[in-house]
Ligand binder design. Structure first.
Ligand code: NAD
Length: 302
């Protein structure tokens, strides 16, 4: 049994805590929101209101909070966890944050002698609930070896992406591609429909041709082509367009930091920004097809 302090009991964190408890670990969980604390009662984790209480004797600290600002406050702020964790503890941040912020956390840990891993995830809420998340991990291989049993309790695929911050680099490059390709696939399905080509027939053909990709084959934005994708349930319970926009903004920031240009990524961010600005930010990002079809408002999304 390993002692784990877990910070952030939201849509992702709560099911991750359940899997850690089921795997036999002693989890002290914390969230600033009373509603999230309430939801965590009954999971088998001890519930606390502050990170300091949750991490006091932890061997591992896992954080799953919205942004890099939250992550740096929690770990490196005046009452941050790096001040309170015992020697030998490993901090694993699973939130999606900027590469530069992740590297700042690694550096703060190094100065205190605390091992840090950036370990953002792919798989969404469904993956968190099923315990099948993919972890993309940046940091020292020996630190990952120690943390592997903890990550394996919550996920199926654990990749070492390289040195500090490279987990976040892998995550934002993946989502850059996913965000752009969803728009491209939406344009192709919309044009096909207007040309009288049945979307199912198009999917069958293109899935064996050079335009094939994940968004077209396995995550189609057109309702009814596959039963278990967000488009077939009114674009609910998927990967929120707001989060896709956040990740594209992180990619834009990384491009600025490295002198790279992302012409398509920048355009994709503008398109999701319009979609979210129309009130559709809670919907799955594949709902962007409705805007491309000419349905400009969230009200047009079923
Ligand atoms: P969420 O908003 O549902 O949950 C975040 C939780 O963190 C909230 O309950 C909030 O109260 C808590 N929190 C914020 N500041 C805190 C603090 N100082 N101390 C303790 N708790 C604090 O968010 P989520 O959907 O669970 O996402 C978490 C992270 O995972 C984000 O970085 C997101 O980009 C990433 N992510 C989300 C998904 C998804 O599908 N939801 C998929 C992949 C990655």
């Amino acid at each position: 049994m390993t002692r784990i302090g877990f910070i952030g009991l939201g849509r992702m964190g709560l099911p991750m805590v359940r899997h850690l408890v089921q795997a036999g670990h002693a989890v002290r969980a914390c969230d600033v929101s009373p509603a999230a604390q309430e939801a965590a009662r009954g999971t088998g984790a001890e519930v606390h209101a502050t990170p300091a209480e949750a991490v006091a004797d932890a061997e591992f600290v896992v954080s799953m909070v919205p942004t890099g600002r939250h992550v740096l406050d929690i770990h490196t702020g005046p009452a941050g966890t790096l001040e309170g964790v015992p020697a030998g503890c490993t901090v694993i941040d699973c939130s999606t944050i900027a590469v530069a912020e992740a590297r700042a956390l690694h550096e703060a840990g190094r100065q205190k002698g605390i091992a840090v891993l950036d370990a953002p995830v792919s798989g969404g809420v469904m993956g968190a609930e099923a315990g099948t998340l993919t972890f993309m991990v940046g940091g020292a291989p020996s630190d990952l070896d120690r943390a592997r049993p903890i990550l394996e309790a919550m996920g199926r695929n654990i990749f070492h992406a390289g040195a500090a911050g490279n987990g976040q680099a892998a995550k934002i490059c993946n989502n850059l591609l996913a965000g752009i390709s969803m728009i491209a696939v939406s344009e192709a399905y919309t044009l096909a429909k207007r040309l009288g080509l049945d979307p199912a027939t198009m999917r069958d053909i293109v899935s064996t041709a050079t335009g094939s990709c994940h968004a077209l084959v396995s995550y189609p934005p057109v309702p009814g082509l596959l039963p278990n994708v967000p488009s077939s349930r009114g674009y609910r319970n998927g990967f929120a367009a707001d989060l896709m926009l956040k990740d594209l903004r992180l990619a834009e920031g990384a491009a600025m930091d490295t002198g790279s240009s992302l012409p398509l990524g920048t355009l994709a961010a503008s398109i999701y920004s319009l979609f979210c600005g129309a009130g559709a930010g809670d919907l799955d990002y594949s709902g962007v097809i409705r805007m491309i079809e000419g349905e400009e408002t969230a009200a047009a999304v079923p």
